[in-house]
Design a protein around this ligand. Structure first.
Ligand SMILES: Cc1ncc(COP(=O)(O)O)c(C=O)c1O
Length: 323
């Protein structure tokens, strides 16, 4: 337990720096867990990066930060038996699910796993997306498995949840014109399914190509002293992005662009500094790790068709100009 851990009223626990627990049976763990309040609320911070996003409020709420916090800025849970889990947006390796599941299962809480850009990633021998009670995948065109328009999928082995989700995506209908839920128009176009059906057959090969490219980047950039996207031994990374942290990111990006090498920033502004979330009352300095990621992260070219010589060219270019 570190110096700034705080515990509030009866049966509260705070572990790690900056953790704060609120009232009855509240627990907060890890640097930056920020706060838990209410009955049986749990917030677990991002241990590696200390992002202070997790917030849990109310009965049976759990909020969990990811293991690598580039944009882990939104894990929040409120109300009875709700769970929010932030996934490692810039890593695409999925969250540390075993501790999350054991906490949730002990309390009968449903866990929604965000695997939006982690198609094919593996955690302790199991596919990401199948680890929680519900898994969510995005098929946005730029994803590892992307449609030619908007798309996504939810997976679950719970029949009741599956049935509810099928209804919710189609205006809450149970049979035609019989609305049993207040639903949405979230039906995916058939053409997207057809495209995905073909692309799915190539996904494993594309994933291996991404992983091979990442190893080449790792080898080329290892001695430059930057923070490279290295997964833990439990995780099989699928490298939706390859995004190291560079202290002088903006200079490097400008120089690469001048030489025709495209890069991206995922993402330049953390959620707590977005105008849309100003009502939450956070400001600059409140989430130092997320802010550092937004300043230093740079996504280098990464896609299956990338060639070895293109990777060498990117790395040579970075090296030639110094850092
Ligand atoms: C971690 C994560 N969750 C959710 C989403 C949202 O996916 P979609 O745009 O398909 O709704 C994304 C998209 O970038 C993501 O990276």
């Amino acid at each position: 337990m570190s110096s700034s851990a705080n515990a509030g009223a009866a049966r509260t626990v705070a572990l790690g720096s900056n953790s704060t627990s609120g009232s009855v049976e509240a627990i907060s763990i890890g640097y930056g867990s920020q706060a838990t309040t209410g009955t049986q609320a749990i917030a677990i911070g991002s241990a590696a990066d200390g992002t202070r996003a997790p917030v849990a409020t109310g009965q049976g709420a759990i909020a969990v930060g990811s293991s690598n916090g580039a944009a882990v800025n939104g894990a929040r849970a409120s109300g009875a038996n709700s769970v929010a889990i932030g996934s490692g947006d810039a890593t695409h390796v999925g969250a540390e699910m075993d501790p999350i599941m054991s906490i949730a299962e002990a309390r009968g809480i449903t866990v929604i796993e965000d695997a939006a850009q982690a198609h094919g990633a593996v955690y302790r021998g199991r596919r990401v997306g199948s680890l929680g009670h519900i898994g969510c995948f995005s098929f946005y065109p730029s994803k590892n498995l992307g449609a030619c328009g908007e798309g996504g999928a939810i997976v679950t082995d719970d029949r009741t949840i599956a049935e509810a989700i099928r209804r919710l995506r189609d205006w809450g209908q149970d049979g035609k014109y019989n609305h049993v839920l207040k639903g949405y128009n979230y039906r995916m176009d058939g053409i997207q399914g057809a495209v995905l059906d073909v692309k799915l057959q190539h996904l494993d090969r594309w994933t291996e190509q991404r992983r091979s490219h990442a190893r080449r980047y790792d080898r080329n950039l290892a001695d430059l002293g930057w923070q490279l996207p290295v997964p833990s031994r439990d995780q099989r990374h699928v490298y939706h992005l390859y995004a190291p942290l560079f202290a002088n990111r903006d200079d490097i990006q400008a120089r690469l662009h001048a030489d025709g090498i495209a890069t991206g920033i995922h993402y330049p502004k953390p959620v707590h500094l977005q105008f849309a979330f100003a009502d939450l009352g956070y400001g600059a300095g409140d989430f130092p790790v997320a802010e550092r990621f937004s300043r230093e992260t740079l996504s280098l070219p990464m896609f299956p068709e990338l060639t070895d010589s293109q990777i060498e060219c990117v790395c040579d270019n970075i090296r030639a100009k110094g850092t």
